[in-house]
Design a protein around this ligand. Structure first.
Ligand code: SF4
Length: 383
């Protein structure tokens, strides 16, 4: 029997653990949000830094921040964009902590990655901490199945978890290549330990790989033995970690039914981080980049209910006024941690760089970075 560690509870914006995905103070004097000169200050600081700085903006960022991004994208695209800019001394990552870690892993030692607010973490990434995953692996080892299990982690996980996966001959995946990663894993083992998003793991296994729901079990790190019997673990093909996205997990079957009733003929388009029953009832499922492309290519006059983060859905609706693009949920649904990066934080970070100080630098220790890079490189090499 493997013991269970108590969950770490940190309040957003408080605490001192800079290795956590959340819960740390932002040092420094931030400009007031009401300062009417913020846009001009951001422009001036960016111009003063010139090619020394490269600003990355995740699709879920606020408009006030995204206007200063040199490139926008999902976490994987942004990490690759950072790696493709070896001449930029500073990478300012407008996204969340695990993304900045991946950028640090993929960029050169001379480049510095800055996260404008250290409290911008990801609640999903926080749901799998290294100690818990090591305990789960010990359990699989005790049951004699670890050597037949391939760990696969979603990009949305900490560098520690990516490092664990790299050490144990696994692979990182994104929402676009999860099926290819699972094909690769099942060619090398009989089971997959899928971290940390149960929904992406289940949706890919069942809807794309032809596995059944009975082939999947849910491992809860807060319960003894993960809340499973030894036999359930031995029989399972997919051991899903009990993690989820607090944004995409909000969409329900009732949301889908309600929008279909209100808007006859509407196309329901959702992200695979949504719950299984929501994905099952949607018309189209895909990553953020897929959602953007689908809406670009959609015919004028068509109606779309989109199940992903609200900043992006609103931006897409503004970009395509000829199409009816609406949010799938009735209530607003931002990623609260992504939203921690606002214009005052961006201005502060850029002005600190102009002044010769590097604020909120994100670094991954060399050993973890090495193993995480192995798992990331394995993903890049997927057939
Ligand atoms: S949208 Fe979900 S997965 Fe993405 S950063 Fe926010 S909580 Fe994490």
């Amino acid at each position: 029997m493997v013991s269970v560690s108590a969950p770490v509870l940190l309040l957003l914006g408080r605490g001192k653990d800079s290795a956590s995905e959340r819960g740390v103070d932002c040092p420094g004097e931030l400009p007031a949000p009401s300062d009417p000169g913020l846009v001009e200050r951001a422009r001036a600081a960016k111009a003063a830094l010139g090619d020394r700085v490269f600003v990355l903006g995740h699709h879920y960022q606020r408009d006030e921040v995204i206007q200063f991004a040199d490139v926008t994208g999902d976490s994987f695209k942004l990490a690759r964009e950072a790696a493709a800019r070896p001449d930029a001394e500073f990478i300012v990552f407008c996204g969340v902590h695990f993304m900045a870690e991946s950028a640090d892993i993929l960029t050169t030692d001379a480049q510095r990655v800055v996260l404008p607010d250290l409290a911008a973490g990801c609640s999903m990434a926080d749901m799998a901490v290294l100690e818990q995953v090591q305990q789960a692996w010990e359990l699989l080892t005790d049951l004699g199945v670890a050597d037949r299990t391939i760990p696969v982690t979603y990009m949305n996980s900490s560098a520690d978890i990516k490092g664990f996966v790299g050490r144990n001959k696994g692979v990182v995946c994104t929402s676009s290549n999860a099926k290819r990663a699972l094909d690769w894993a099942f060619a090398r083992g009989e089971k997959v330990l899928f971290l940390p998003d149960q929904h992406l793991g289940r949706n890919t296994a069942v809807l794309e790989m032809g596995l059944s729901l009975d082939d999947c079990v849910l491992y809860d790190p807060h319960k003894p033995n993960g809340g499973l019997t030894d036999q359930q673990i031995r029989d399972a093909k997919m051991i899903l970690w009990r993690g989820h996205c607090s944004v995409h997990g909000r969409f329900t079957l009732e949301c889908v039914d309600a929008i279909r009733e209100q808007v006859p003929g509407v196309n329901v388009l959702v992200h695979p981080e949504c719950r299984h029953e929501v994905v099952n009832s949607a018309d189209f499922v895909g990553s953020t980049e897929y959602i953007i492309k689908m809406l670009e290519q959609a015919p004028a006059g068509s109606a779309w209910a989109v199940g992903t983060e609200l900043n992006l859905v609103r931006r897409l609706a503004n970009r395509h006024p000829d199409k009816q693009i609406m949010f799938l949920d009735k209530t607003v649904c931002y990623c609260s941690t992504m939203n921690r990066i606002d214009l005052p934080h961006l201005v502060w970070a850029l002005e600190e760089l102009v002044a010769g100080r590097v604020p909120n630098q994100i670094t991954v220790d060399p050993d973890t970075a090495h193993h995480a890079r192995v798992a990331l490189d394995q993903m890049l090499a997927l057939p």
